[in-house]
Design a protein. Sequence first.
Length: 134
Amino acid sequence: VKDQDMSKLPPQVKKSDALTPEEFFELVLVEILRDGQIKPEEANLMLRLKNALRIDDETHARLFASVEKRFKANPMVDDGGSLDPERLFKLLVVAVLRDGKVDEQEKKLLGIASEALQLSKDKLKAIVAEVQGK
């Protein structure tokens, strides 16, 4: 994983152990809230991933409030744009590979994300290869 890719992760996700479902969901929230608004397709994605990752309502509210607070404290200088499924999946792969390995839970997390983001198998392989520097 390239250092420049790691720099795109929120600080609390830059640990060197396996990625948790909460951290994974937080990355999704960061990407969705980049532009300060939640479009219907983003709300749908958020709900699908919340359910698939078994994030309870209390955890969802806590993570959402934390991400929202961060963006209010440091608004984006650009418009953030709409959710980019490829950019989000790349961030998730970077986060998963932060410890140099992919455990079974992380494989499941990436599978959930790939289904929710509706990316082709070829696109997924290309993103993983790019992150791994191959």
